[in-house]
Design a protein around this ligand. Structure first.
Ligand code: HEM
Length: 207
């Protein structure tokens, strides 16, 4: 039986503590405080490139049901990240955590509900706190390096409201909702692991 009509609110509530942990990641905070170097930013953008290529390939392969309704071509980020990475001096290596995240995303092709959890965590995040991150990085490194954070969407708030309404009206049954919430937790954990792997590399460079 479909659950009551506030899936987006339940998803946000279920993942908010994971969100706060992700937003507090030392690597990201250091970059935003102006402590990170251009190479740190290039390394972050290079991880994004691997992750979004995998996400967008999996979305293309399994665009049905909930995922088809949530997706919009204006969300796709791979081309924007390619241009940012080029402006930042070229691709840096993927960390093991990034490769693991990309492999996990590829394994979800054909599972639109679990893939939707990653779609939500990445794109709604990019349209939310990501906008704040993008402004900070643009001030520091220039707009030619931050296309990733700019979307060809006129009204981001309206878009996010529509996205949440799509979740609310998806009619997911109990098992599907459980899978969505569980997988969103994995999406945050995977992002955290990527940031942590970048922090470890940065510490190794300093040491
Ligand atoms: C410095 C880092 C971050 C800051 C300052 C930040 C800030 C925010 C803020 C203020 C919102 C609420 C916006 C709104 O209600 O419209 C938000 C939403 C969100 N953020 Fe972040 N964020 C950060 C990092 C992240 C990361 C790393 C992820 C994902 C891995 C993420 C995923 C999300 C998602 C999915 C939402 C939407 C929640 C919902 O309404 O359902 N954020 N963020």
């Amino acid at each position: 039986m479909p659950q009551s009509s506030e899936l987006a609110a339940r998803l946000r509530a279920a993942t908010w503590s994971a969100h706060q942990a992700a937003a507090g990641d030392a690597f990201l905070k250091g970059l935003l405080r102006g402590e990170g170097t251009v190479d740190d930013f290039a390394r972050l953008a290079s991880q994004h490139l691997v992750v979004y290529r995998a996400l967008e390939a999996a979305v293309t392969a399994s665009r049905s049901g909930l995922l088809a309704r949530l997706h919009h071509p204006a969300l796709e980020r791979a081309a924007a990240i390619e241009s940012d990475v080029a402006a930042l001096g070229g691709t840096r290596p993927a960390t093991a955590a990034t490769d693991a995240y990309a492999e996990h995303l590829a394994s979800l092709a054909g599972d639109p509900v679990r893939l939707a959890a990653h779609h939500y965590t990445r794109y709604l995040g990019d349209l939310s706190g990501g906008q704040h991150i993008g402004r900070a990085l643009t001030r520091r490194f220039g707009a030619h390096t931050t296309s990733f954070y700019r979307f060809a969407i006129d009204d981001l708030d309206a878009f996010k409201q529509q996205y949440r309404a799509t979740l609310d009206t998806a009619g997911l049954d109990h098992d599907a909702e459980r899978a969505l919430l569980e997988e969103a937790g994995r999406a945050y954990a995977a992002s955290h692991a990527v940031h942590a792997s970048l922090a470890v590399e940065a510490a190794a460079v300093v040491a």
